[in-house]
Design a protein around this ligand. Structure first.
Ligand SMILES: Nc1ncnc2c1ncn2[C@@H]1O[C@H](COP(=O)(O)OP(=O)(O)O)[C@@H](O)[C@H]1O
Ligand SMILES: [Mg+2]
Length: 273
């Protein structure tokens, strides 16, 4: 081999599939303060189309904060100051001409605790599409609700109770799949999931992970997880946060088996965090 003795190749931070596609989101030199708390420090990463990017790292290291910068969820918080640049399809998401609700519509959000609306199963899914005028009411909406529920692997379990049961009549795992159906109901480009399996049982977790792997065909997924096993099972790439810094990002196998950063090595080997 000609390259014997050469320095090891620098880890390629891009996903192995579709790496010739341009990133959908580019985050560069991002800093964020909550008042005096410096929660994100010079954070840089990209999100590619059709990938699952997992954020890992100890509690309080900035994972949720980073997720919220993408869909401008910090907008309403007067204590937050952000510097740096985030672009989506090449355009600055914080530019004055960007309409925040329209920007937010490009994202679906799934929280740790299933949080369906206190309305019928049908309404949970139809609400966003109706709000944004995405789909006409009537047969077209019926078809869209069915599509989203099928996509979320929930249709067969709820199809006879779309109107007479509320989201709260479902089990925890079903509620979380309903929240996924609701999140994709506005046809977002990106799903942001903040520890989506953090409060459901192992069987429901396996179903949700399977679902995520199917959904990435249509949506980029950025998922926060405290489970390294989960990150290894579902993620194409992993980003390791530590005390507000993003220490390492790369293909999942590389980050777990051959991390470049010593602190990342300690974390994935279970010696820190
Ligand atoms: N709304 C907030 N106001 C003030 N400080 C916050 C707020 N949210 C998070 N923080 C602080 O920012 C840091 C990062 O928090 P967070 O992003 O929630 O971490 P993670 O999701 O990795 O557990 C922590 O020090 C946390 O206390
Ligand atoms: Mg968090």
């Amino acid at each position: 081999m000609l390259d014997s003795g050469r320095a090891p190749a620098k880890a390629d931070p891009r996903p192995s599939h579709g790496r010739n596609a341009p990133p959908l989101i580019e985050v560069a030199d991002l800093d964020l303060w909550y008042g005096e708390t410096h929660a994100l420090k010079n954070v840089t990463f990209d999100v590619y189309p059709q990938e699952i990017l997992a954020f890992i790292g100890p509690s309080g290291c900035g994972k949720t904060t980073a997720l919220k910068t993408l869909n401008r969820m910090h907008d309403g918080n007067p204590d937050v100051r952000i510097t740096g640049r985030i672009t989506m399809s090449g355009a600055d998401i914080n530019a004055p001409e960007v309409d925040p609700p329209l920007h937010r519509k490009r994202f679906g959000w799934v929280a740790q605790k299933p949080n369906p609306f206190a309305r019928s199963i049908y309404e949970n899914v139809a609400y966003g599409a109706r709000l944004h005028g995405l789909v006409d009411t009537g047969a077209e909406m019926d078809a869209w609700v069915e599509h989203c529920l099928r996509r979320a692997h929930l249709w067969d379990e709820v199809k006879d109770h779309l109107h007479d049961q509320s989201g709260f009549d479902l089990s925890g795992g079903q509620q979380q799949r309903l929240c996924v159906a609701r999140a994709i109901g506005t046809d977002p480009e990106v799903l942001l999931m903040d520890e989506p399996t953090g409060s459901i049982d192992p069987i429901a977790t396996a179903r949700l992970e399977e679902l995520m792997m199917e959904l990435r065909v249509d949506h980029s997924i950025v998922v926060v997880t405290h489970s390294m096993m989960e990150a290894r099972r579902v993620a194409d790439r992993v980003a390791h946060f530590h005390l507000g810094e993003l220490l390492e990002i790369g293909p999942t196998e590389q980050v777990f088996l051959d991390p470049r950063n010593p602190e990342t090595r300690r974390f994935v080997e279970g010696k820190s965090g």
